[in-house]
Design a protein around this ligand. Structure first.
Ligand code: ADP
Ligand code: ZN
Length: 619
């Protein structure tokens, strides 16, 4: 956290932070990064999504003479950033393939005339010889290389053009470069430094913790119903993303939510490009839309007010989970990362692994990834240490904002139960699925049990004092821990693994967590931001003013003001422009443009005298 030093005069960077962006304090390492770049040095910036990377080059761009060139692979995102900057009174433009010839010429002329503080360019355009020579003719303040991990050939966002960006170091050795990414791992970091900053630079690593995101993982019973209850209890009217394993499931879930009265749309690779684009545009431009998507959705969307990300199926890895859930709550307001998973997910994923035809080394890596993910899901303590630990960061736990901290799960000594289950798998021939195994343990004389003579095995009925749900939980946890494996043919049968022997022989003991229904508990001890009553008429009035304004200007609502800013306005209840100017997120440009209108909306509310206060105090 930055401390306020009231006695020192504000630096130029601080003044711009307030006057242009409307913010009071720098976050994390922003100040150091800005100072480094302003001084003309290179910087490598690793910050989580929503951490505030953009300001790290936007403020130096305003301080240093000349134009800043921002390289970004994401066209929609460039457009958004330029809109947002324009709304703060900053001269910025885009140069990419999405422009018509006229606009492009006009933007190029502004660039040549020195009329732009920032220009956003796609890498392939930047690398064209005419563009490079154009840049040699103008004054440049810096190069910002966004999504810098695209230079990594090992990552899933690899862009070959990024490899050629080393030309910048050769042709513009005197212009500082700042490379930014939200990908933390060490190998990628090394590659970025080597390829994009071959002449050196300082590295800035921020914590990757996202304190405003509440992580929770529940046991899947009826996934769609559970999702519905979760959205109804915590996110009615909010924007959210629901990630699904398959296209069909994305379709089904969207249809189901729509039937329940929510605005929900599917997004997956099976839809044609126009439909996908239309759904994505609606998600960005509307409030309270839910997208049910396969993993194809989300990259390059920096909608700040996504209030929840739900997983109805297991993500691919902890990294994917972190990336996908990271799309929630970029604005710093409370958000949920919610997941349900069950025994069949574990079986399915373990099967996919066992059918993999990848080379052995790759398979080993995939297995380790899965083990970490399952361990995270079954973890009984604070979610943050295993999550951040996977990204190479220590966390002390006890975060107060995850399911396990809010509702510590009970654990029990499951050694005896585990042995019964394992020996039941063994006695029945290692080829039956969970339902049948539980029937045998409970001593149910089903047709199948009789057909295979399993009413005569020694484990028949030995587990009758444990209920069906708990047996499923035991089997799932044995699978998650790798004591059981699914049969390789994919019929859902379970068999023993090498490692379960010690457990079977009673040489080790095992504790398991008791499954609880995923709770919708709302209290939290680490609320850092005010909680808005989204039903209150004050909130709704401000939001509808914002929506009208956004429609008239053809920009997403958050370009006008973020939710966080609207909430801060409601809390401050300004009655003059001077008071409004002190609210976080209100810069000079927006004050001049919208200040009067906002005061009128607030005035209108005064005169109709609404009873309920819209702001609930934290906690
Ligand atoms: P990133 O690119 O790292 O994902 P952004 O640059 O989009 O994040 O910033 C995320 C949000 O945080 C934006 O809404 C931005 O306006 C806001 N923000 C950035 N820095 C500050 C700050 N110092 N004080 C308040 N809000 C900030
Ligand atoms: Zn926790």
């Amino acid at each position: 956290m930055t401390t306020v030093r009231a006695t020192e005069p504000a630096t130029e960077a601080e003044q711009l932070l307030k006057s242009v962006f409307g913010y009071e304090h720098f976050r994390g390492r922003q100040r150091d990064i800005i100072e480094t770049v302003v001084a003309g040095s290179n910087a490598l910036v690793l910050m989580p999504t929503g951490g505030g990377k953009s300001l790290c080059y936007q403020i130096p761009a305003l301080i240093r003479p000349g134009t800043a060139v921002v390289v970004s692979p994401l066209i929609a995102l460039m457009r958004d950033q330029v809109e947002a900057l324009a709304h703060n009174g900053v001269a910025a433009a885009v140069l990419n393939s999405s422009l018509d010839a006229d606009t492009r010429r006009r933007n190029e002329q502004r660039l040549l005339a020195g009329g732009l503080d920032l220009v956003y360019v796609a890498p392939e355009r930047l690398l064209r010889p005419p563009m490079l020579s154009l840049l040699e003719r103008i004054e440049l303040s810096l190069f910002a290389i966004d999504e810098a991990h695209c230079v990594s050939q090992w990552g899933h966002d690899f862009r070959p053009e990024y490899l050629q960006l080393d030309v910048l170091a050769q042709r513009f050795p005197a212009i500082p470069r700042i490379a930014l990414t939200a990908t933390a791992d060490e190998r990628t970091r090394g590659e970025i430094a080597r390829r994009l900053l071959p002449d050196g630079g300082e590295t800035f690593i921020d914590s990757f913790d996202r304190p405003n995101i509440r992580y929770s993982v529940g046991i899947k019973q009826n996934a769609k119903r559970q999702l519905l209850a979760f959205i109804r209890s915590r996110h009615a009217g909010h924007s959210g993303i629901v990630y699904c394993f398959s296209r069909k499931r994305a379709e089904d879930t969207a249809r189901f939510l729509a039937e329940q009265g929510f605005d929900a749309l599917p997004y997956h690779a099976g839809l044609d490009a126009a439909t996908r684009q239309a759904h994505q545009d609606r998600f960005i431009n509307e409030d309270g839309l839910i997208i049910c998507a396969t993993i194809a959705f989300g990259m390059g969307i920096d909608k700040p007010d996504v209030r929840f990300v739900a997983h109805l199926d297991l993500p691919k890895s902890i990294e994917s989970y972190y990336q996908e859930t990271g799309r929630a709550g970029r604005d710093g307001l409370p958000a949920d990362a919610w997941m349900v998973y069950g025994l069949s997910d574990v079986v399915q994923i373990r099967q996919l692994l066992s059918q993999s035809s990848a080379p052995e080394a790759q398979q080993k890596l995939e297995r380790e990834r899965l083990e970490s993910l399952l361990a995270y899901c079954e973890h009984a303590g604070c979610r943050r240490p295993p999550l951040l630990g996977y990204l190479g960061e220590d966390h002390a736990g006890d975060c107060g904002n995850c399911d396990n901290c809010l509702n510590p799960p009970e654990t029990w000594d499951a050694t005896e139960a585990a042995r019964m289950a394992l020996s039941c798998v063994y006695r029945t021939g290692q080829r039956f699925g969970a339902t049948h195994l539980v029937d045998v343990l409970l001593g149910k004389e089903t047709e199948r049990v009789r057909q295979f003579g399993h009413d005569r095995v020694s484990t028949f009925g030995i587990g009758s004092d444990i209920d069906r749900k708990s047996w499923h939980s035991v089997l799932r946890q044995l699978l998650a821990a790798g004591h059981l494996l699914p049969d390789p043919e994919g019929h859902g049968g379970l068999r023993l693994s090498e490692q379960c022997r010690e457990l079977l022989r009673g040489e080790v003991s095992i504790r398991m967590r008791r499954d609880a229904a995923p709770a919708a508990k709302t209290s939290s001890k680490t609320r850092t931001t005010v909680d808005v009553d989204t039903e209150s008429s004050e909130w709704l009035a401000l939001k509808s003013w914002r929506l009208e304004t956004a429609r008239a200007e053809e920009v997403p609502p958050y370009v006008i003001f973020h939710d966080a800013t609207l909430a801060a306005i409601l809390e401050a209840r300004p009655s003059t422009l001077e008071e409004l100017a002190t609210v976080s997120g209100v810069g000079e440009h927006k004050l001049a443009r919208y200040g009067q209108q906002v005061l009128e909306v607030l005035d209108g509310l005064e005169s109709t005298a609404v009873g309920q206060p819209a702001i609930r105090p934290a906690g």
